[in-house]
Design a protein around this ligand. Structure first.
Ligand code: ARG
Length: 461
């Protein structure tokens, strides 16, 4: 049973059906170079513990280096009979180092602590790639915000016109959410950067190996303090899946808006040809497929998270083979975001905004009613009454089929003595926007300060 890691107590090899079920090389092979890196570190602690002499260590490292090169070039690939990446690489090591030396590497480690460690190494690397992709998307949003710093648009709640806002303010709202996602990945790394290597199968190692040395060798902050936790926990994977799902959801929300904005009815944006698709039958079509795929992939990322949580929920300690199912969800999350993020950032970077139309619609639908109420408050009217009076003005305008600024001085005066002609100073989009100048508001001055704060946040990640 060549290539198997556990033949000794078995009279025969596994049934074909078991081998087919058990096999994971088709998805865990992407951990191969991490496995070899872990093996080098393991060889060094075996040497320090006196279990490999210096010549054996040199021979082992040399064989591992050659195996690494063959894996990277594609000259070495898993055989049909290999169960998983670990077994396959042991076979490849023994082919290169010979059985006497190659057979020594497995002392004091188990696939259980190995695989738990390699997964963290892989995810930590890819969390950095994903963070860079999210930062590029934030960059595209910030560039668009800066290019349209004072352009007004209708701000909405319940998808209904609510109050005018700046397009820059709206775009930056998405940027802040994505910045928190990058910060989440960084914060996650503090927990992911703890190495389970040395946990053995579940109980630790008796061979005098130093887990902290392996951890440092592999770029971890420290080693786990509990070997059962080290081999059986996957909350770090689940947390990664949650953050990637959240990134998917945040990309989906901005995408949903782009889909709406690109409709004939909204006509707020035009998509660049390079980031839109046509129809096989309707010659006129220009479709927002990037945004729609982002919205669709969010569902997939949520599925990766919930699938993983469902796998974990009933597992007793310590390792159970169910845990082999931990990898595909997080690998899928990585693959999904690494292909999605460049497309979304490219789509956002190349959007062309119809700022004239957005400005025209900004005050419509009585979006300045709150400004009337707040102007009345500044004249000393209690807000409760001010709200009623502004609502009455909306009712009069609606009955006449006009907007608030079309009401005559007499009509305002007919509603209340408080509504003098001076109220007109807030009945413009510019006046409304400029008045919301406290921190976090949509006034151009506040948005400039916001941009500076966001840049500081971006420097901190
Ligand atoms: N392929 C396994 C996994 O991904 C490696 C650990 C196997 N351990 C075991 N005791 N069968 O989880």
């Amino acid at each position: 049973n060549e290539g198997s890691l556990w033949g000794g107590r078995f009279a025969g090899g596994p049934a074909d059906a078991l081998a087919a079920l058990s096999k994971s090389t088709h998805f865990d092979w992407r951990l191969a170079t991490y496995d070899i890196e872990g093996s080098r570190a393991h060889a060094r602690v075996l040497n320090r513990a006196g279990l490999l002499d210096d010549a054996e260590l040199a021979g082992m490292i040399d064989a591992l280096d050659r195996l690494d090169a063959d894996v990277r070039s594609g000259a070495y690939v898993p055989a049909e009979s290999d169960e998983d990446v670990h077994g396959s690489l042991e076979r490849g090591l023994i082919e290169r180092a010979g059985p006497a030396l190659g057979g020594k590497l497995r002392a004091g480690r188990s696939r259980n602590d190995q695989v738990a460690t390699l997964g963290r190494m892989y995810l930590r690397d890819h969390a950095r790639i994903i963070a860079r992709g999210v930062l590029a998307t934030i960059g595209a949003l910030v560039d668009q915000a800066e290019a349209h710093l004072e352009a007004p648009m209708p701000g909405r709640t319940h998808l209904q016109h609510a109050q005018p806002v700046l397009l820059s303010h709206h775009l930056l709202a998405h940027a802040w959410a994505l910045l928190r996602d990058v910060q989440r990945l960084q914060d996650w790394d503090r927990r992911a950067g703890v190495s389970p290597y040395g946990s053995g199968a579940l109980a630790g190692s008796s061979l005098g190996l130093d887990p902290e040395a392996v951890a440092a060798d592999l770029g971890f902050f420290s080693a786990t303090h509990n070997s059962i936790d080290g081999t059986a926990s996957r909350d770090v994977y689940a947390e990664f899946a949650w953050v990637t799902a959240m990134i998917g959801v945040d990309l989906s929300r901005v995408s949903e808006e782009i889909i709406l904005w690109a409709t004939k009815e909204f006509s707020f944006v035009t998509l660049d040809d390079a980031f839109s698709t046509g129809s096989s039958i309707m010659p006129q079509k220009k479709n927002p497929d990037v945004a729609e795929l982002a919205r669709g992939k969010a569902g997939r990322l949520i599925g990766d998270l919930t699938g993983l949580l469902a796998t974990l929920k009933g597992l007793p300690l310590a390792y159970n083979r169910d845990l082999q199912e931990d990898k595909e969800p997080v690998f899928d999350a990585v693959d999904t975001l690494e292909v999605l993020l460049p497309a979304v950032s490219g789509m956002i970077a190349t959007l062309v905004f119809n700022t004239a139309r957005m400005a025209e619609l900004a005050p419509q639908g009585f979006a300045l009613a709150t400004d009337i109420a707040e102007w009345l408050v500044r004249q000393g009217v209690p807000f409760r009454e001010a709200h009623e009076l502004s609502g009455a003005a909306v009712r009069v305008a609606e009955q006449r089929g006009v907007e608030l600024w079309d009401l005559t001085d007499e009509e305002f005066a007919g509603i209340s003595d408080h509504l003098t002609p001076a109220v007109r100073e807030v009945l413009t989009v510019e006046g409304s926007l400029a008045s919301r100048d406290a921190q976090g508001g949509t006034a151009p001055t506040a948005v400039r300060r916001q941009l500076a704060a966001l840049r500081t946040g971006l420097e901190g990640v």
